[in-house]
Design a protein around this ligand. Structure first.
Ligand SMILES: [Zn+2]
Length: 112
């Protein structure tokens, strides 16, 4: 796994200003590894949008710092549900006992 130095990892990912460590936490999925929570001191000029200006540096038990790689999204986007969809589904649920049929799960993606 590629690694970086502390100096490289502690630079703000947006503006490359030297970050400031604010806290150290254990990394739950890596025994013995520590996470160093960093903030960018360049608050006025470093724009991360609405996100807080912070990142975590993982330091492994042997002192190496793995290169941060953006992982795949864990979950797909939820389907967009309109008010009409909800009303139609509620009506389906209300009508179902009268028809003697089963009620589909209204949150199954195929039902949109
Ligand atoms: Zn910055």
């Amino acid at each position: 796994m590629p690694t970086v130095t502390w100096k490289e990892a502690s630079l703000c990912p947006k503006c490359e200003t030297q970050g400031v460590e604010v806290k150290t936490i254990p990394i739950p999925y890596r025994v013995g590894a520590r996470g160093h929570i960093m903030i960018c001191p360049n608050i006025e000029r470093c724009n991360w949008g609405k996100e807080k200006i912070r990142w975590i540096i993982q330091v492994n038990p042997n002192g190496t710092i793995p290169v941060q790689q953006p992982g795949p999204k864990q979950y797909p986007d939820l389907p967009k549900i309109t008010e009409e969809d909800l009303e139609r589904r509620l009506k389906d649920i209300e009508d179902a006992p009268l028809q003697g049929g089963e009620v589909n799960n209204p949150f199954t993606q195929g039902n949109l």
